[in-house]
Design a protein around this ligand. Structure first.
Ligand SMILES: [Ca+2]
Ligand SMILES: [Ca+2]
Length: 396
């Protein structure tokens, strides 16, 4: 009962949602929390100060007003083509960095394409056919390169939080001791195995959610205590803008409880249902795909979870090396993305971290480095087997 009251307080000021959440006798426990989490995920945040303390603090610089803008329905980045032929790439962002992960001294970690009223954004970006940026400020530092990153689908991803570090580490083979050409390395962040983000930067789901609130929306939380989000010291007008921090939310713009509710919502986005298909699964394994895109991992209490990733970093060769690294992660290294996607999402899907592949076959074609033997095995398949393999991946 006590939890329910705090939950209601969270939504004070958002009449519709508070009625919905606080007066649903038929839903209880995790179900209620997931509903509250979804409301937070879909919520359009507003700049501070606003009459609703519970949803202000957006920005000053940001990329979107809600999680759902980039992850519609809990899915990933999509290209939406409008009637006039203009295309929007929802869920794509531009990261700035050096090969060792230092950020731009002016623009920070990410091109912030929106700003609160009265403040200029950092510029705009067009992603297709290739990245074209217009910066509303000084040029990038000479050491800085740009890396396009797509929002992954969030379906089935929450379960990765409970995969024990040891389960991931037992497959790591950093020096390729077994000689199969695949090494696989864990990114250790603050003593834990990183598993969220294209560079495995975030070890837990809560860290990833707090990071998204901070970097993509300019919202602080106890894990990311920066109310000005991605403003740098050089962006003085940004640093002078109002923040929405409040004692009611752990002294931040987003409280730990709100992060937990969003995590509960993400846990409710189950992996798409899968029917066993032994011949296609064998094809997937025979082409070497399953060496990295491991179909299942042992999750909480050893319970198998659908994965299609090993949660390890792999060197993918020069075609996928965009010269932007993270501390401890080379620019050519990427975390194996889960292939679980969920069909039937609106818009057009693109593939790879930067969306440079229009089809699954294009994405496989760009697999180099540790994945080159698997790419070649795919190319050597008889045409009908190749088609069956592609269908299998598309159906995940
Ligand atoms: Ca920025
Ligand atoms: Ca803020």
């Amino acid at each position: 009962m006590k939890r329910r009251c705090t939950r209601c307080r969270l939504f004070a000021g958002l009449a519709f949602i508070s009625v919905l959440i606080c007066a649903s006798p038929s839903v209880s426990g995790d179900g209620l929390d997931a509903m509250a989490g979804k409301a937070l995920f879909d919520r359009l945040w507003v700049p501070a100060p606003a009459s609703t303390d519970a949803s202000d603090g957006l920005g000053p610089l940001f990329n979107a007003r809600s999680c759902a803008t980039c992850h519609a329905g809990g899915g990933g980045a999509r290209v939406i083509v409008h009637a006039d032929g203009q295309a929007d790439f929802l869920g794509a962002v531009v990261r700035f960095g050096t090969s060792t992960g230092a950020h731009d001294p002016y623009y920070g970690a990410q091109l912030s394409t929106q700003a609160v009223p009265g403040l200029a954004s950092e510029g705009s970006a067009q992603f297709l056919p290739s990245l074209h940026m217009i910066l509303d400020g000084p040029p990038l530092d000479a050491s800085i390169k740009s890396s396009v990153r797509l929002a992954p689908s969030l379906r089935g991803r929450a379960a990765f939080n409970d995969v024990p570090d040891a389960e991931i580490l037992k497959r790591a083979d950093p020096s390729d001791a077994d000689g199969d050409g695949i090494s696989g390395r864990a990114n250790i962040v603050a003593g834990r195995v990183g598993r969220y983000g294209w560079k495995a930067q975030n070890p837990t789901l809560d860290d990833q959610i707090a990071h998204a609130f901070a970097l993509d929306m300019g919202l602080s939380s106890p894990r990311q205590p920066h109310p000005h989000g991605d403003c740098t010291a050089a962006q003085t007008a940004c640093l002078a803008a109002a923040t929405g921090e409040s004692p009611a939310f752990d002294g931040r713009e987003v409280s730990n409880q709100m992060i937990d509710l969003v995590a509960t919502y993400l846990a409710s986005l189950a992996a798409p249902a899968r029917t066993a298909d032994a011949p296609r699964e064998q094809l997937f394994a025979a082409a070497g795909c399953a060496s990295c895109h491991m179909p299942t991992l042992n999750g909480k209490n050893g319970k198998p979870v659908d994965a299609f990733t090993d949660l390890l970093l792999h060197d993918m060769g020069h075609q996928l090396d965009d010269a932007v690294g993270e501390p401890g992660v080379a620019s050519s290294e990427w975390l194996t993305p889960s292939l679980l996607d969920g069909r039937g999402m609106a818009g057009v899907r693109r593939y790879l971290h930067d969306g440079s592949a229009a089809t699954i076959a294009d994405a496989i074609g760009k697999h180099g480095g540790e994945a080159h033997a698997s790419r070649d095995a795919f190319r050597k398949l008889a045409p009908h087997d190749r088609a069956r393999l592609l269908e299998y991946v598309k159906g995940l």
